[in-house]
Design a protein around this ligand. Structure first.
Ligand SMILES: [Zn+2]
Length: 233
């Protein structure tokens, strides 16, 4: 495979399987057509994502990983990486920060997509899940300053992992979006990717109908909104 264009590498950092799909699958699908290589990093094991009391834990974890891989295939993303943190119990600590820094120094993305960790309440309609806040906070701290400075986790240098500067952050689930992406042409891909998460949206037809209606704006368009930060130095 050819070396990817460093200006066209994206990394999606999500707390749970399916978060990144909700957040940015439409835009990722468009970027894929424009030649971008996108890697997904899922930070928890997804072990809490069922109402089925008979579902064995290890089976759920394994199914959800397969679902995320399939969703990424459908949206045109590439590799999917998983951290093994416990779903619902994600704590921001040095070890979690290190694991994200390691992935940033390995993937070397121009753009990082992640959760906006700023607020606990989103649009007076949602509570920003604690795993989402922990992930977004660690991801932002990893981007700036930790991954950029060789003195942070210097043992990475011994493994050939050089410091890296991310250029752009795109945060989904924000109270302060400043960047709209019209995904009308790709909304079918986004829904198709989400329906790969069979353990989450078992009744596909219901989910497709619901999403199409719920996400449509007053002009009949579909938009993904982000808080965009272009890092100036
Ligand atoms: Zn989530």
């Amino acid at each position: 495979m050819n070396q990817p264009d460093p200006e066209r590498i994206a990394l999606v950092i999500a707390a749970h399987p399916d978060d990144g799909d909700f957040g940015c699958a439409g835009y990722v699908a468009r970027l894929a057509r424009d030649g971008w290589a996108t890697t997904f990093l899922v930070c928890t094991n997804g072990a809490k994502g069922t109402e089925d009391r008979d579902m064995p834990r290890e089976r759920l974890i394994s199914l959800r990983r397969d679902e995320q891989r399939e969703a990424c295939r459908r949206m045109g993303a590439g590799e999917v990486l998983f951290l093994d943190n416990e779903d619902g119990e994600l704590a921001y600590d040095r070890s979690f920060l290190e694991s994200i820094v390691r992935v940033i120094r390995t993937v070397r993305p121009h753009t990082v997509f992640t959760h906006d960790p700023t607020d606990i309440i989103i649009r007076d309609s949602f509570i920003n899940h604690p795993d989402h806040r922990a992930t977004g906070t660690a991801a932002l701290d990893a981007v700036y300053p930790t991954a950029r400075d060789h003195l942070n986790f210097p043992e990475h240098l011994d493994e050939g992992l050089e410091p890296h500067k991310v250029r752009r952050l795109l945060l989904w689930g924000s109270n302060h979006p400043n960047f709209d992406v019209d995904i009308t042409d790709d909304v079918d891909i986004k829904i198709d990717a989400l329906t790969a998460h069979v353990t989450q949206f078992g009744n596909r037809e219901d989910f497709v109908t619901f999403s199409r209606e719920r996400w449509k704006d007053e002009n009949g368009r579909y938009i993904e909104q982000f808080r965009k930060i272009d890092l100036q130095f």
